[in-house]
Ligand binder design. Structure first.
Ligand code: MN
Ligand code: MN
Length: 466
């Protein structure tokens, strides 16, 4: 089966040109101007941009709470990512109760996700209840096709929390075998102090979530993680950077040669913390995620950092928590489950609020949406680039579309879309996943559960910074 995409404006991280892409089976077979080939099917991409399918390196489908209870919408809702132009997820495989790291990865791949994931997916190991003896398992991750490991510096005293000693030990183990460490960086003790102080004064509403997670709490942990990573010679990805203070530390440390890469998320770029001031709990609680949403000043800084290369990745931190669970925190903001859906929204939001406003170029969009996350997770150049031999994961984006983001157009897997009501410029028209048309006219037309596990190679991009 041959498929030819004609006359699109092909976007790469280094340039753009009007041309054609020939797809044979699951792979890109040729790219060029005016290819003279008779294919089985031709897709006219005139007036559209053609870019590599997105790699969302931070998603939590069927996420677990600290008791091992499923907290967020499952893989059967993952087709929403494809409608938003994301063809590869990197999923967190949290330790299952009573299982080790490798066993949990197996369980996620072969039980929880089996036959249900619609995009392709790679995995991060996510260690909860981590004990020093589990660090031995870290060295086996690359054989298993997992090149990254995530630990939490926050959420003390739950199973998610990792103390600095274990974090350092895990970094040393990871560095030995080319695994990149990912951290959720917030100072756990400061958070507990600030949150409890407010609650004891009778302050229970969602707005206290952001008021008790100020930027310095994040920045302190980012600095500490980088110092530990440098000492352990372990490349590091700081996930969900939200504020100027944390991004500045990453910039300065990189200038001094630290092997650190910073990720931010769509919602930190386009949503204000004031959303949590809404008097309706069922609205305000949707925006509760950690670290918290910030002010315009921070958003401006994050966009500049992305444009300059001080931050390199935009992910979604997708977690589809239904309102029936958000309500657990009705009388205590500390009990609102943390997390926001958004794996289907990255491209339209980056396009509308980044490219169309001139904050980032289309070339930089390709890097932060697709190419760099693929490199970080060891799945490049199979994923993250339009080139001969790569998987034919291809997005056609129509920049002429004007609309408003709705749950219907951008399904999130739960009862709300975080960006509902916001203006949207352009939309995904067509998506190919490994050569198969899975989105047409912005509608999902694929086979649910078609996604494959994509093994990640060790020594991902962050090792180049060592
Ligand atoms: Mn996190
Ligand atoms: Mn997360």
């Amino acid at each position: 089966m041959q498929l030819l995409i004609k006359n699109g404006c092909i976007l790469t991280s280094s340039g753009e040109f009007t041309g054609d892409i020939l797809v044979e089976g699951e792979k890109i077979a040729a790219i060029g101007s005016n290819l003279q080939i008779t294919a089985d099917r031709v897709i006219d991409a005139s007036g559209m941009y053609v870019l590599p399918g997105g790699v969302d390196q931070h998603t939590h489908y069927a996420g677990l709470n600290t008791d091992g209870v499923t907290l967020s919408a499952g893989y059967e809702t993952s087709y929403g990512a494809l409608i938003g132009g994301t063809t590869t997820l990197v999923e967190f495989a949290a330790n299952e109760p009573g299982m080790g790291i490798i066993e949990s990865l197996d369980y996620r791949k072969n039980v929880r996700a089996k036959g249900k994931v619609s995009p392709d997916f790679a995995m991060h190991a996510l260690c909860t209840n981590i004990r020093p003896d589990l660090c031995d398992e870290i060295e086996k991750l690359p054989e298993y096709g997992v090149s990254t490991l995530k630990l939490f510096m926050a959420y003390k005293p739950t199973a998610l929390y990792t103390d600095d000693g274990v974090l350092f030990k895990a970094m040393r183990a990871a560095a030995k075998v080319g695994v990149t460490m990912y951290v959720h960086a917030e100072n756990a003790d400061l958070l507990n102090l600030l949150r409890d102080e407010e609650f004891e004064q009778g302050h229970t509403e969602p707005c206290y979530h952001y008021q008790t997670r100020p930027p310095f709490v994040e920045a302190e942990a980012v600095q500490r993680a980088i110092i530990l990573a440098k000492a352990a010679k372990c490349p590091l990805c700081v996930v969900h950077v939200t504020c100027k203070e944390a991004a500045e530390i990453i910039r300065e440390e990189r200038l001094r040669g630290a092997p650190v890469v910073g990720e931010t998320c769509t919602h930190y770029l386009v949503l204000d913390q004031k959303r949590m001031d809404d008097p309706d709990f069922m609205v305000a609680s949707r925006y509760v995620c950690s670290p918290a949403l910030r002010t315009q000043e921070h958003r401006d800084y994050l966009w500049r950092a992305l444009a300059k290369g001080d931050l390199d990745i935009v992910a979604s931190d997708h977690s589809g928590i239904p309102l029936t669970q958000k309500i657990w925190g009705k009388d205590d903001f500390r009990k609102i489950p943390n997390g926001c859906p958004g794996t289907g929204d990255r491209l339209q939001m980056l396009w509308t609020y980044g490219v169309e406003t001139g904050k980032i170029t289309r070339q930089r969009l390709v890097e932060i949406f697709s190419e760099i996350p693929a490199k970080m997770n060891g799945i490049f150049p199979r994923k993250g680039i339009l080139q001969v031999g790569s998987d034919a994961d291809i997005v056609l984006y129509d920049p002429r579309y004007r609309g408003i983001c709705t749950l219907e157009t951008n399904p999130s897997g739960v009862e709300y879309n975080l960006f509902e009501g916001m203006e949207q410029i352009g939309r995904v028209e067509t998506v190919l996943l490994r050569g198969n048309v899975v989105v047409e006219n912005n509608k999902y037309v694929g086979v649910p559960g078609y996604g494959q596990f994509i093994p990640g190679k060790a020594y991902g991009m962050a090792y180049d910074l060592l």
